[in-house]
Design a protein around this ligand. Structure first.
Ligand code: G
Ligand code: G
Ligand code: NA
Ligand code: MN
Length: 253
């Protein structure tokens, strides 16, 4: 109950900000984009992670408002982050995507900040696609028509109905970090087989694949052997504030 009030106050004080984790080419480390991840700058407790407040935020209906606060920040930051063709991905909560005006509202925000569709992508989970699928499908379809691509997040952990992959207008999928975590050299273990199968499936459907949670050089090497070309993880960078990112990449502040 206390948290609920805190969240509402934090919303009014604009305490939710995105941190950014780079997404890179596994072959040469070239930057292809960033994932925007919500952080709460708590006045007393410092930086809070989503795990500490996301559940309550979702239950109490605050998450939607927090998301828009994050998206607003991202749209302000994006010009400085979108070096070359780099893009920023937004996490979209399931309930959010079912709001009938989600795409309209996003496009309005983008146009207000002069954001090009190619520089923004959405990350949705399978759970977000399950309820009211027709509505979600139409919404994502309208966004794709104007050039905003959608990625399926945490692939392999949910219900993983393969029919989602061609039913929804998806551009790619992100392999959940649990599979990457278990990759081991020289072993024909379960994760190796699963990552290989996901890659083959994605290839045949024309989907891009991003590996999440890469923590070791060995994992990067194994993923490259399995034919993956894109990834993110602590090996390359933890999620960091806009200032840290701009400094690291030598971008103008
Ligand atoms: O770092 P990490 O602890 O950043 O994120 C944990 C979880 O919070 C992830 O599952 C992620 O999908 C979710 N999350 C992170 N940022 C956002 C956001 O801006 N909006 C929503 N809805 N979820 C987010
Ligand atoms: O659920 P989603 O994939 O949107 O959230 C990504 C989560 O993974 C965030 O909590 C982010 O901080 C975390 N993360 C990013 N890179 C790594 C990593 O290399 N290892 C681990 N354990 N977590 C990571
Ligand atoms: Na995500
Ligand atoms: Mn993910």
């Amino acid at each position: 109950l206390e948290l609920e009030g805190d969240l509402r106050r934090a919303l009014q004080r604009h305490e939710f900000v995105p941190h950014y984790q780079p997404i890179l080419s596994l072959a040469d480390g070239q930057l292809v984009g960033f994932e925007a991840l919500m952080r709460w700058h708590h006045p007393e407790r410092g930086l809070c992670m989503p795990g500490e407040f996301l559940g309550t935020a979702e239950e109490t209906g605050s998450l939607e408002h927090m998301d828009w606060q994050i998206y607003e920040h991202v749209c302000q930051d994006i010009r400085r982050l979108s070096v070359g063709r780099a893009y920023v991905t937004l996490n979209v909560s399931p309930r959010h995507l079912r709001a009938s005006d989600f795409d309209q509202r996003l496009l309005e925000l983008m146009s207000r900040h002069d954001v090009r569709p190619a520089n923004l992508r959405l990350e949705v989970t399978e759970g977000a696609l399950m309820e009211q699928p027709e509505q979600v499908q139409a919404c994502l379809g309208r966004l794709r028509e104007v050039g905003v691509m959608t990625l399926l997040d945490d692939f392999g952990t949910g219900y993983s109905s393969l029919s989602y992959l061609h039913r929804f207008p998806l551009h790619g999928l992100k392999i959940d970090r649990s599979f990457v975590h278990e990759l081991r050299s020289g072993e024909s273990g379960g994760s190796t087989a699963i990552v290989r199968a996901i890659r083959l499936l994605a290839d045949s459907l024309g989907l891009e694949v991003i590996a999440e949670g890469i923590e070791t050089e060995e994992q990067r090497y194994q993923l490259r052997l399995l034919g993956l070309s894109l990834g993110q993880g602590y090996l390359f960078s933890r999620p960091a504030s806009i200032d840290q990112i701009l400094e690291r990449y030598g971008l103008a502040t």
